[in-house]
Ligand binder design. Structure first.
Ligand code: GTR
Length: 429
């Protein structure tokens, strides 16, 4: 009897974890319940023309798809502001026990507004002479959280304290080095790369219902109080900040700006993908556990859905994206098309087994369905390097790369080992 009860308990628990109504709302973790869907066609233009060459992709189809992502999902961002300035406010060639040179750069976005800035933190390896390639990524909690280094000022901005209701907190000394496990700085420097990072909150603090913080107001027209339905949401603002960082890197002789891999985790992985799609100066694009609104196919509705993300984080995407909350199939795009916008540049997509919320299989499928675009650029292109979703801890790669790692939603040393290896291969190192 007791055994039977235990069995019933286990089966109920299984059902609950497959399809669940909880604080997160209704969501599906059962592959059998993924709806049947048809992806929008990558290689047929809006006017019905078949796209069969790289030239037609670049001239006709890519701009069409880019505009759809811009107007319907992430929102349009302005270009480089006039009068933007860069100032190295701190540097030392004796950082991290003499292993690295640290440089901190204040970017002031517009003239006469000293409150509108972001700080770039850069470490370059001392053992390498000349310009080095680099990994660039936004961080979640302030530059001081990335490395335990007392020379980095604690950000004066707000940071999210957790994802469970408490949405903001002032950063403090206690957070110094708090996210260091996500940045593998020793491996990055040892492999001869720079690590370049910016706090996403310098661009837009991550909480809903306030369109006055962040950089958007700098660009409002007279009388405007929030972005229009097709103008930038927070992810697009963050991606804009990555482009402004690239503007600086182009001026820094210590950095090989033609060899920058833009990388991001989770919401910042969504951001890295959109940055890579919007700005072709990024040579490699890496999405770590980016999930819904990142690499995962929206139409699978596995884990986090469009409705769910637009409800929890209405500020991340533009107003127009809300139109698809109850009708994801009406979206003229899906996320394989975002990966395709990165072609022919290498893209790497990583999942984690326990991170079902991000739909690992859907993340892999985006790369897979982007392959036909890569093939336009190179006959017999290797795509993601696997016919089927690979096993756990079995990285695959061609022009794109993918792995699903043991463990939870996070960035680990293992993930970085794959990114370094991938970058080495593509940068011919
Ligand atoms: C979750 C969100 C995901 C992901 C994640 C993160 O709450 O649902 O889309 O972005 O946050 O950024 O850590």
């Amino acid at each position: 009897m007791r055994n039977q009860l235990a069995l019933i308990g286990i089966s109920i628990a299984l059902i609950v974890t497959q399809t669940s109504t909880s604080a997160l709302g209704q969501f599906n973790y059962d592959e059998a319940k993924v709806p049947k869907f048809e992806l929008p066609k990558l290689l047929v233009s809006a006017s019905g023309k078949k796209i069969a060459t790289a030239a037609d992709w670049k001239k006709v189809r890519r701009p069409e798809i880019f505009k759809l992502f811009q107007d319907e999902m992430y929102g349009a961002a302005p270009g480089r502001p006039e009068g933007m300035t860069f100032k190295v406010f701190e540097s030392s060639d004796k950082a991290l026990g003499g292993k690295a040179t640290r440089k901190q750069v204040r970017v002031q976005f517009v003239k006469d507004n000293e409150d509108a800035w972001m700080d770039i933190l850069i470490y370059t390896p001392n053992k390498v002479k000349g310009a080095v390639p680099g990994f660039l990524g936004l961080n979640f909690n302030g530059n001081h959280s990335v490395v335990n280094d007392p020379a980095i000022p604690v950000t004066p901005r707000w940071v999210r304290s957790n994802g469970k209701g408490v949405v903001k907190n002032k950063a403090s000394e206690a957070g110094r080095g708090g996210n260091a496990s996500r940045w593998a700085i020793d491996s990055i420097l040892d492999a001869g790369y720079a690590l370049i990072t910016v706090y996403c909150g310098d661009l837009d603090e991550d909480y809903k219902g306030n369109f006055q913080n962040g950089v958007q107001p700098l660009f409002y027209k007279k009388g405007q109080t929030e972005p229009s339905p097709s103008q930038w949401g927070t992810i697009s603002v963050w991606a804009w900040g990555l482009s402004r960082t690239m503007d600086y890197l182009e001026t820094d002789d210590d950095i090989d700006h033609k060899k920058i891999a833009v990388m991001g985790h989770s919401r910042l992985g969504k951001t890295a993908l959109w940055a890579g799609a919007s700005d072709e100066r990024f040579a490699i694009v890496i999405s770590n556990n980016s999930g819904c609104g990142g690499a995962a196919l929206s139409r699978r509705e596995f884990g986090e859905t469009v409705r769910r993300i637009n409800t929890s984080f209405p500020h991340w995407f533009c107003g127009n994206f809300k139109k698809y909350n109850d009708n994801v199939n009406a979206l003229p795009i899906d996320q394989h098309m975002l990966v395709a916008l990165i072609a022919p540049r290498p893209a790497y997509i990583a999942s984690a087994v326990e991170d079902r919320w991000a739909d690992p299989r859907g993340e892999f499928l985006s790369a897979k369905h982007a392959e036909p675009v890569y093939a336009l650029f190179e006959d017999g292109a290797t795509g993601v390097g696997a016919k089927k979703w690979p096993g756990v801890d079995k990285p695959v790669s061609g022009i794109m790369g993918y792995h699903i790692r043991t463990g939870a939603h996070d960035v680990t040393e293992y993930d970085w080992q794959q990114y370094i290896h991938f970058a080495n291969r593509h940068f011919g190192r």
